[in-house]
Ligand binder design. Structure first.
Ligand code: SAM
Length: 283
């Protein structure tokens, strides 16, 4: 019997999202959060943490391709990648598309997210068991602080800045990530919706400006998120987002068909924002 799952948006008071679900596949409380997996009427399986929709099989590719492929194709030779959060495995899957990537370190605070997604959403989590992947069940902020000069790419695939992810939206964490990157490293982080959360994004961009020569924001469409889109910060120690992408894609051996959303063209255009937002974020 179908029912409606309702998300009340904690960071946008007075707004909610509803998705029709046909079956609750899992429901439990871990040391860190409440975890649920649902079968939905028309969006495939859905992961929910602390009553907040994290992803559905219908459009998770848009989020995961764009948070990962943009930094990966902007870097000349990404070999060692750190993913902070990302226990659903979608970002791991994206990083492994690159032959140059030798190691992916997944630093997820809550092992139960990985276990539940492996069991119920293998289309997303299935690659977590690949031999190139090393899982660390720890706080990502502490991990970044303790690994200076180690990574080519860091992807912060976090939940919203409430609960265990709050620390991942604060200046000391960004400073640790900058230091954990090699001298030409790139940091991409989940950075909310530019219309609904401009204040949070402006603060993140101010951190980026203090720490990196290149500090930008880009975004993509995710219809199942309230507001329909999600953005990311792109903080780079050396290379601009569009400097190497044509050459890197041509030489990568990856076929365009391996992506549903990412393309060289979409990669470049994702950084174009409406006029008022451009002025607000960059002036
Ligand atoms: N990939 C998802 C999407 O499509 O929107 C989003 C998020 S992923 C499930 C977010 C993960 O970040 C959660 O599994 C959560 O446990 C993890 N997380 C939250 N705070 C963390 C921290 N301080 N260190 C490491 N992982 C953290």
């Amino acid at each position: 019997m179908a029912e409606w799952f309702t998300e009340q948006l904690a960071i946008v008071p007075g707004m909610r999202a509803q998705i029709e679900v046909t079956k609750k596949l899992a429901s439990e409380r871990s040391q860190f959060q409440k975890l649920e997996v649902y079968e939905t009427t028309s969006l495939g399986r859905m992961l929910v943490l602390d009553d907040v929709i994290q992803c559905t099989e219908f459009d998770e590719q848009s989020y995961h391709e764009m948070i990962c492929q943009v930094p990966l194709f902007a870097h000349p030779n990404p070999q060692k990648v750190l993913i902070i959060g990302g226990g659903d495995g979608g970002s791991v899957r994206e990083c492994l598309k690159h032959k140059s990537v030798q190691e992916v370190h997944l630093c997820e605070i809550d092992k139960r997210v990985v276990d539940l997604c492996l069991e119920h959403i293998p289309s997303m989590a299935g690659k977590v068991t690949d031999p190139r992947v090393h899982c660390h069940y720890e706080d990502g902020a502490a991990w970044a602080k303790n690994h200076p000069d180690t990574y080519d790419i860091i992807i912060v695939d976090s939940s919203d800045p409430i609960g265990p992810a709050e620390v991942l939206f604060q200046f000391p964490f960004y400073e640790s990530c900058r230091n954990a990157l090699k001298s030409d490293g790139i940091l991409a982080t989940q950075a909310e919706n530019f219309l609904l959360h401009a204040k949070i994004i402006k603060e993140l961009l101010s951190f980026g400006k203090k720490l990196f020569p290149i500090s930008r924001y880009y975004y993509t469409q995710v219809p199942t998120y309230p507001g329909g889109m999600i953005g990311f910060t792109f903080f780079s120690r050396k290379h601009a987002h569009d400097e190497l992408v044509d050459k890197r894609f041509a030489e990568s051996g990856i076929k365009a068909e391996e992506f549903r959303f990412w393309s060289v063209d979409f990669h470049k255009k994702a950084f174009t924002l409406p006029g008022a937002t451009m002025r607000d974020f960059y002036s």
